[in-house]
Design a protein around this ligand. Structure first.
Ligand code: FDP
Length: 313
């Protein structure tokens, strides 16, 4: 895909999408989201610390960063001309953009996941799930694309349209240029990122974690879903979990906004994502609010988690 004589760093996102043969409208949609992220980056760099209701130098009320990020994305998507419906983690209802679904896409997004980490300067991210047509309440397996943007020491964008998983980094001109093509995961790995309070783990999850530790797996957990998944995906090894808890049968993470897009990307890279019994991408959402427990990462690690949970709960 990279032309002889050209380094990978010269390929920007739009060109990459063209070269992998993506259609014009999906290319446009993904590039609009990438453009919107530049403004989110600026808001994170210069904005308030996520405290709604505070005022800036000029006495104007400032918006919490997650609310601001939501507005930025919504505006771009509304004006893109290729969106039928949108759904934001920030709002409880589907937002109709166009009644003509023909050739259009519907987009679910978490504009600023991990926003509670902004004030302590840890990495956060934007997560996006894309379907063809107008229906956003369908199994994640029907997604035609998924992506996230990680706002960390570097800003990176990872996308898949079902033709591999590709990583881009934002350069000094705020353009996304290709870093890695066709990211793949190994069968098993030595990292685990465990969400949720451990004393609330079920017997099966606790036994699984003890098994990981006995095998020498290292704890690598930031508390932000995007950086935690990015670590596992880019290192190509390990498992992230936010399991069913004694006081929360469905864990914490949201199916439509968080789990579906990440499961799509991880599966595209050769990994797996399961609730402990069912593949995340096969879940039929019942409502926008759905949550699900998740074990996501290397195939063998996820299979071992499923085995423990099946046997011990
Ligand atoms: P946050 O509440 O900071 O927005 O779903 C959001 C999320 O963060 C994920 O990014 C993270 O993986 C998880 O919640 C952390 O959950 P805990 O509050 O249980 O630590």
């Amino acid at each position: 895909m990279v032309e002889p004589g050209k380094t990978k760093f010269q390929i920007d996102l739009r060109r990459h999408l063209r070269e992998v043969g993506e259609n014009r409208d999906l290319t446009r949609l993904i590039c609009e989201i990438a453009d919107a992220s530049k403004y989110i980056v600026n808001s994170i760099r210069t904005g308030d610390l996520g405290v709604a209701g505070t005022s800036n130098l000029y006495g104007e009320e400032q918006l919490a960063l997650d609310v601001l990020s939501d507005r930025i994305l919504r505006k771009r998507l509304t004006n893109s001309g290729v969106v039928a419906n949108m759904l934001s983690e920030e709002t409880p209802d589907i937002i109709p953009v166009s009644s003509d679904y023909e050739g259009k896409y519907s987009v679910a997004f978490d504009p600023l996941d991990g926003s509670s980490l902004v004030d302590v300067n840890l990495a956060v991210g934007t997560i996006v799930s894309i379907f063809e047509g107008g229906n956003l309440l369908q199994p994640g397996r029907n997604q035609v694309a998924a992506m996230y943007i990680l706002y960390g020491p570097r800003n990176t964008l990872v996308y898949s349209t079902g033709r591999g998983v590709h990583e881009f980094a934002m350069n000094a001109l705020m353009e996304y240029t290709l870093v890695r093509e066709n990211v793949t995961m190994s069968q098993a790995g030595g990292i685990y990122a465990p969400g949720g309070q451990r004393n609330l783990y079920s017997a099966g999850t606790e036994a699984f974690v003890q098994d990981l530790e006995a095998r020498g797996a290292k704890l690598r957990y930031s508390g932000g879903f995007v950086p935690d998944i990015n670590q596992i995906l880019m290192k190509g090894k390990g498992i992230f979990m936010y399991p069913h808890l004694k006081n929360a049968a469905n864990g914490k993470l949201r199916l439509i906004f968080e789990l579906n897009p990440m499961a799509y990307l991880v599966e595209q890279a050769g990994g797996a994502a399961s609730t402990g019994s069912v593949s995340i991408l096969d879940l039929q959402p019942q409502s926008i609010e759905d949550r699900a427990p998740v074990f996501i990462g290397c195939k063998d690690d996820v299979a071992r988690a499923v085995d423990f949970v099946t046997r011990m709960g």
